[in-house]
Design a protein around this ligand. Structure first.
Ligand code: AMP
Length: 381
């Protein structure tokens, strides 16, 4: 097979989706000398503000998609729920990475779990639930405690209910509108990790070191590196993440979320077919940022070095922090090793990701302690 020539700086790239991930891609791409077109319906889109051009249109607007495909050599995406039709239409006229086929299993939790099973990737016990009758058999197979989750459309812990008993399961299913769901065994988590995988067109894979994640109310709160795991666990996490990208035939940056159980077993929780929130530390503490990797891989180049340059903790800034007006950012600038990233979103709604701070320090626990203390100071009235 002849490897196509890489796409050189000066070319125009497209980004489907205009949120913070699209924004950080756009900044990286423009820094590297590419032009960027962003397609997003929101006139105040965070990525649109950084792009050479912002096409205000819906993701299924065929004229807008055709314009993107006509003007861009290659297009990437920043969110998994991009309509498959949009990717397919773009792919008729330009390079699309990751491809629709690789994104598809990540758009639905049932498809994703079936994909893990098919490829021998370890995951939690699960069963599909579409009707009250399914719920009974799913409970018999999975047991309790478990979690009932919407199969499609859920993110950041939304569309999920805890199930502690068979009676509770019926209530949970009703609360989720009896929509297509997945019942998952609730496993005891020793810790949560994620691995950002970079896979190039020729199959070359580079995995960043695993980040150690803490979620609060289902939303990522902090990521710390190096994770408090030994070399064996680090290698296993990287191996399973790389195997996942290979099984998908994936080209681009893939976020692989992992559970580590009380028995030190590694389970794949879910996939993000794009740079991941837990990879934002790379903006200040890695040899190459995950967004530069997205540009490199989209353009057909090899991944850049994935070395960690310093212990680091990333803390997310959610809209709740704005409850008393704008936080006093001078506290961040007064903290050595702390770096502020704000996404330019106008409305700080509770739970909305508005930005993050990376704190670099001599070791991971000091970095995390400082990041948490800084966050608490910013939250203080
Ligand atoms: P998800 O949206 O599925 O990634 O879930 C968000 C968070 O909920 C995860 O990062 C875990 O902290 C927790 N969680 C989700 N599924 C499970 C499970 N099957 N067992 C234990 N904890 C879970």
């Amino acid at each position: 097979m002849v490897t196509p020539r890489p796409i050189m700086p000066g070319a125009t790239l497209g980004m489907l989706g205009g949120g913070q991930l699209g924004r950080m891609f756009t900044v990286a791409a423009r820094t590297m000398g590419y032009r960027v077109l962003v397609l997003d319906p929101d006139p105040h889109s965070p990525a649109g503000a950084m792009a050479d051009e912002h096409v205000h249109a819906g993701y299924l607007d065929t004229a807008a998609l055709d314009r993107l495909a006509g003007e861009c050599v290659a297009v990437s995406t920043e969110f998994e729920n991009v309509p498959a039709e949009a990717l397919a239409r773009l792919a008729r006229n330009c390079i699309v990475r990751p491809a629709g086929d690789a994104v598809s299993p990540t758009q639905n939790r049932l498809r994703e779990k079936a994909f893990f099973d098919r490829h021998g990737l370890p995951t939690v016990p699960w069963a599909a639930v579409s009707t009250p009758a399914d719920l009974k058999s799913a409970l018999a197979a999975v047991g309790t405690p478990s979690l009932l989750k919407h199969a499609a459309g859920g993110y950041d812990g939304k569309g999920q209910a805890l199930v502690d008993s068979p009676d509770g399961a019926a209530d949970a299913f009703a609360a989720l509108g009896e929509a297509e769901c997945i019942l998952e065994r609730r496993v005891t988590l020793a810790l949560e990790l994620s691995v950002i995988v970079c896979r190039a067109v020729d199959g070359t894979v580079a995995c960043y070191a695993p980040g150690q994640n803490v979620h609060v109310d289902g939303i990522l709160s902090t990521t710390t590196l190096p994770a408090a795991i030994d070399a064996g666990m680090t290698a296993r996490a990287r191996t399973v993440a790389a195997a996942t990208a290979e099984a998908l035939g994936y080209v681009g940056v893939l976020g692989v979320e992992l559970f580590v159980t009380g028995d030190d077993e590694i389970l794949v929780n879910e996939l993000a077919p794009r740079p991941h929130n837990s990879g934002h530390y790379t903006l200040d503490a890695a040899a190459t940022t995950q967004f530069e990797q997205q540009v490199r891989l989209l353009c057909g180049f090899a991944p850049g070095a994935v070395d960690l340059l310093s212990p680091v903790a990333m803390v997310n800034l959610l809209g709740d922090l704005w409850r008393n007006g704008d936080p006093d950012w001078s506290r961040v600038f007064a903290t050595p090793g702390a770096y502020l990233h704000l996404y330019g979103k106008r409305e700080p709604r509770p739970g909305r990701k508005m930005g993050h701070i990376n704190v670099l320090a001599a070791d991971a626990s000091t970095a995390l302690e400082r990041a948490r203390a800084l966050h608490a100071e910013l939250a203080a009235p």
